[in-house]
Design a protein around this ligand. Structure first.
Ligand SMILES: Cc1ncc(C[n+]2csc(CCOP(=O)(O)OP(=O)(O)O)c2C)c(N)n1
Ligand SMILES: [Mg+2]
Length: 325
């Protein structure tokens, strides 16, 4: 479907909501980068800068009761699923008000009350977890849909093959979303696999596979909407491959320059998800003033999140033995 048709089908109000969410994810991660580089945040972070349209495009179709399983690069997934920015930031900051009481940090962040079933430091591990959750929903005859995000680095793992096969054979209400950002740490996907079309692998499992431009929030929304509706209607799983790119290094500390060219990064930045969503709004007739107001609202939201997290208390010393095996 052409971009023009998609843009016409979607209301300006929805476009604005997607734009603001994409911008929220972007500004959140840039703030985390700043705080981390200034030694304010503990732990270890993998930032989602450049990939925001994937999480927003997919999660904008979900209800609170639906479940999302995430990766090591999961702050954006949590925000897109509705976890408040302050709660996510407080978790990164190790504060008691974080979604896991400040005990989980970037890669063990859970917020089941928002249907966010955790970031995960083990590549490939969320895929069987999500498949199991979808089996549970089916057995309970619950209308829940489960979404599993994972990277290109996960698709050559045994857990991908085993879980996706079971998801298909049992017609589970799950949507598998591969964020193909072309690299797993410094390993280019083209060096790690012969068949570089992840979507085409779906055929091997008797499942529908779809490839989509992961930089375009509207295109992702459209593809995910169909997959989520199919899953909710007992039509089985879908494998969606979102072609995307991370602008930053693999983790904070990796300059991200040794294994890819500057030209490649610049090329992808021309398809920036924030700029694309903004352009769609301008094309729809929204004036620059209204967009600036939207920008200010999102900037304020991030400032508020920082204030909330910064002022939040540390976990009490008396709780040090809680949640420990
Ligand atoms: C099972 C396992 N193997 C190796 C690692 C080390 N590791 C952490 S992230 C990563 C690359 C993941 O790449 P990808 O799945 O494409 O996600 P991306 O970082 O590109 O978002 C690797 C190899 C790990 N965390 N878990
Ligand atoms: Mg990758």
């Amino acid at each position: 479907m052409s971009e023009r048709v998609l843009a016409e089908q979607i209301s300006q109000e929805l476009l604005l909501a997607y734009y603001k969410k994409v911008l929220e994810l972007r500004l959140f991660e840039l703030k985390v980068q700043e705080l981390y580089r200034n030694g304010r945040l503990p732990g270890f972070v993998h930032l989602y800068v450049g990939e925001e349209a994937v999480a927003v495009g997919v999660c904008s179709n979900l209800q609170t009761a639906d479940l999302v399983f995430s990766t090591h690069r999961g702050h954006g997934h949590a925000l897109a699923k509705g976890v408040p920015a302050g709660v996510v930031l407080a978790e990164l900051w190790g504060k008691a008000t974080g979604s896991s009481g400040g005990r989980g940090g970037s890669m063990h962040m859970y917020a089941p009350e928002y249907g966010f079933m955790g970031t995960n430091g083990i590549v490939g591990a969320p895929i069987p977890l999500a498949t199991g959750a979808a089996l549970s929903a089916k057995v309970r005859k619950h209308s829940q849909v489960v979404v599993c995000f994972f990277g290109d680095g996960a698709v050559n793992s045994g857990s991908f093959h085993e879980a996706v096969n079971l998801g298909s054979v049992w017609d589970l209400p799950v949507v598998y979303v591969c964020e193909n950002n072309l690299y797993a740490t410094e390993m280019a996907f083209v060096r790690a696999t012969k068949n570089t079309s992840v979507a085409s692998r779906a055929a091997a499992y008797g499942m529908l596979g779809v490839e989509v431009d992961g930089q375009d929030v509207v295109a992702v929304h459209e593809v995910a909407q169909a997959a989520i509706q199919r899953a909710r209607g007992d039509g089985g799983p879908t494998l969606i491959e979102c072609k995307t790119y991370r602008y930053v290094g693999h983790h904070e500390g990796d300059p991200g320059t040794d294994y890819r060219t500057r030209e490649e990064v610049q090329q992808w930045k021309k398809q920036d998800p924030v700029k694309l969503a903004r352009q769609r709004l301008l094309d729809s007739g929204m004036d620059e003033n209204k967009l600036q107001t939207a920008d200010q609202q999102v900037e304020q939201l991030i400032d508020d999140a920082v204030e909330f997290a910064e002022k939040s208390p540390e976990p009490s010393a008396a709780s040090v033995t809680e949640h420990v095996f």
